[in-house]
Design a protein around this ligand. Structure first.
Ligand code: FES
Length: 187
């Protein structure tokens, strides 16, 4: 079926939805109130039918990231699995909050947060991160994958922007002005 047929088939379904549900089905940005995500806690939001995690990383959790580097397949995140404004050591706009699509890059399972460390039940010298129970892939607390795992790539960071200090819009990039401020802040 061509693209026109797909659209035609989709339309009766969309027309049956309320305007806000239609927008969500088409992938409109989703607003996530992160004000109640406690330090160390992760909350799941849904965007384009995918789980998007917001993890409030404590300073202790952030300290683990550089320790992971030698174990990782792509520590500098060169493989384009995040927007350019999140290609940094914490893979996020603000170091504290990780925003990431919670889907393993092997075959699409949803990994589990294993934030406590050490934890020999996950791995000797475990530093805290994510474990995919399907085939054992391990990621750090910014979704960077360990070397020699079934998963080939880091988990995906979606486009997002801060609408305010406590509300994130998932699915939309920061404005040019916001990006300028981010770059100035990072310099
Ligand atoms: S789906 Fe995650 S390791 Fe296979």
């Amino acid at each position: 079926m061509g693209a026109g047929g797909c659209v035609a088939a989709l339309w009766p379904f969309l027309a049956s939805l309320s305007p806000s549900a239609q927008a969500l089905a088409l992938g409109a940005p989703v607003e996530a109130d992160i004000s109640k995500v406690a330090p160390g806690q992760q909350v799941t939001f849904v965007w384009r039918n995918q789980p998007v995690w917001v993890l409030n990383r404590t300073p202790k959790m952030l300290e683990t990231l550089p320790k992971w580097d030698p174990r990782l397949s792509d520590p500098e995140c060169k493989q384009n699995q995040q927007p350019a404004y999140c290609q940094n050591e914490h893979r996020s706009i603000k170091p504290q909050y990780l925003v990431m699509i919670g889907i393993c890059t092997h075959l699409g399972c949803s990994p589990h947060l294993k934030a406590k460390f050490p934890d020999p039940t996950v791995q000797e010298n475990w530093l805290g991160g994510y474990l995919c129970a399907c085939h054992g892939s391990k990621y750090d607390l910014s979704g960077r994958v360990e070397k020699d795992q079934p998963a080939p790539l880091n988990m995906v960071v979606p486009p997002y922007r801060y609408k305010s200090d406590t509300v994130i819009q998932i699915g939309v990039d920061p404005s040019a002005e916001e990006l300028k401020n981010l770059n100035a802040h990072a310099a």
